[in-house]
Design a protein around this ligand. Structure first.
Ligand SMILES: CC(C)[C@H](C(=O)O)[C@@H](O)C(=O)O
Ligand code: SF4
Length: 469
């Protein structure tokens, strides 16, 4: 009799198929199929390599992008700090033979937008990048880890990652997703429920019909924000949506190799009866568009709601955090979110800077104008997204509405380039972080979906598309 194999989760399968070395009381050593890198977290890693007299083990499995420091209004690198970052990356890539898509290249863009777009990220792979939002790539059924700079050095030198095995966690959204509610709302709803530490030490697999019905790009939005729940990574088992997305992409297999790949990928799913260390369900039937009111993504309420009163929060630590957040955000309890005026709206980032996000926003903005008191920045996540949007005429919708149509990059997602909020400006942003100072000194950030961002730009205050006349 053949011994029955123990049912395994998708994460366990991918982990076990990549273990190079395992020993008691040591992290596992995993083989890395794809290493993505950018200017912000690679300089010290390359320095370390050079000092140790080592070289890049698999330059052919390594790709570098310029995203965090790039200006998005011009290709000119005027800012000396940013220029230094980019010049350092260029010199390192040149020296070690690593391919680099630099500013102006037709494949340049945010690392987490470009990887999937080129078909570089495929089901079953391990993907590593010195960037927390590497979790995005798990949407394709990959095991994708954001790592620190010393890990980047180790991966450059060995193509392996030393990592403790996380526990597994199933997240299932149940019920029917109402119209006007999307992946960004799912992510915020989950974080609102389990908190910014709720996923700590876990590898999340998103499961169930609601997730199955999401487009590939929506799945990326969801996996992208997994990290904001404190989890180690997020993933979704590949299915026909994944295969349709990958087919024909520059680095996807073709012909007979494609058929073989798909046959293999179909087996990359959690077995019936496999046990997760933890399971969370979130009912989405009554979900409405969400907006953050505070300074972390768990401080979130429905757009139709009001700013909560910290004094009504039972947990003392949460109460104190809410008090401080309201002070920073200059908001008082009971204020209707819809009454909150905005200086800036930012549509972009690796969370919501893809073509579907731009289409959704353009759908709201068509025939409308941005409020005179508000500035709308539209920043495509990559040069390819920008081209595609222009082919579809979306840029004309944005420009006609009075928005700024920018060049690709991280932009106002974080204050590492010229796109920054100034003097305590308030912004509705489609990005993933709203910590103090994230978008500039004293900047106030409200995280929202692309549809809410677009409607808010028109209204000049937080608004849903259904609020617009
Ligand atoms: C600069 C980089 C290390 C950082 C990250 O790891 O996420 C950035 O991308 C961010 O979103 O804060
Ligand atoms: S867009 Fe924002 S979250 Fe994404 S990699 Fe860039 S800085 Fe990080």
């Amino acid at each position: 009799m053949i011994a029955a194999t123990k049912p395994r989760t998708l994460a366990e399968k991918l982990w076990e198929s990549h273990v190079v070395h395992q020993a008691d009381d040591e992290p596992d050593l995993l083989y890395v199929d794809l290493h993505l890198t950018h200017e912000a977290t690679s300089p010290q890693a390359f320095d370390g390599l050079r000092l140790a007299g080592r070289t890049v083990r698999r330059a052919d499995l390594t790709l570098a992008l310029e995203d965090h420091n790039v200006p998005t209004d011009t290709h000119r690198l005027d800012d000396p700090v940013s220029r230094k970052q980019l010049e350092t990356l260029r010199a390192n890539c040149e020296r070690y033979g690593v391919e680099l898509y630099r500013v102006g290249h037709d494949r340049q863009g945010i690392v987490h937008v470009v990887g999937p777009q080129l078909g570089l990220v495929q089901p079953g792979m391990t993907v590593v990048c010195g960037d927390s939002h590497t979790s995005t790539h798990g949407a394709l059924g990959a095991l994708a880890f954001g790592v620190g700079t010393s890990d980047v050095e180790h991966v450059l030198a060995t193509q392996c990652l030393a990592i403790d095995r996380p526990r597994t966690m199933a997240v299932e959204f149940t019920g029917r997703l109402p119209a006007g509610v999307g992946a960004k709302d799912l992510a915020l709803a989950l974080i609102g429920e389990i908190g910014t530490n709720g996923g700590e030490g876990h590898l999340v697999e998103y499961r169930g019909e609601v997730v199955r019905a999401l487009s590939m790009e929506a799945r990326m939005t969801l996996c992208n924000m997994t990290i904001e729940a404190g989890a180690r990574a997020g993933m979704i088992a590949p299915d026909d949506t994944t295969f349709a997305y990958l087919a024909g992409r520059p680095h996807a297999p073709s012909g007979e190799r494609w058929e073989r790949a798909v046959a293999h990928w179909r087996g990359l799913r959690t077995d019936e009866g496999a046990v997760f260390d933890r399971a969370v369900t979130v009912d989405v039937s009554d979900l409405t568009p969400l907006v953050t009111w505070g300074t972390n993504p768990s401080q979130v309420v429905p757009l139709g709601g009001t700013v909560p009163d910290p004094e009504e929060i039972a947990d003392p630590a949460a109460r104190q955090a809410a008090r401080r957040a309201l002070e920073y955000m200059e908001l008082s309890p009971g204020t209707r979110l819809r009454d909150v005026p905005l200086d800036v709206v930012f549509l972009g980032s690796c969370t919501n800077g893809r073509i579907e996000d731009l289409r959704a926003a353009a759908g709201v903005l068509r025939g409308r104008s941005v409020a005179s008191t508000t500035r709308l920045l539209v920043v495509p996540g990559s040069a390819q997204v920008r081209r595609q949007a222009e082919d579809e005429g979306l840029h004309e919708v944005f420009l006609r509405a009075g928005a700024e149509w920018r060049l690709p990059g991280c932009s106002m997602c974080l204050g590492m380039n010229a796109d920054r909020l100034r003097g305590g400006e308030r912004c509705a942003s489609t990005s993933n972080r709203n910590y103090e100072g994230r978008q500039g000194a004293r900047a106030r950030t409200h995280l929202v979906s692309p549809e809410v961002a677009a409607a808010s730009a028109v209204a000049g205050r937080l608004a849903a598309p259904s609020d617009l006349g």
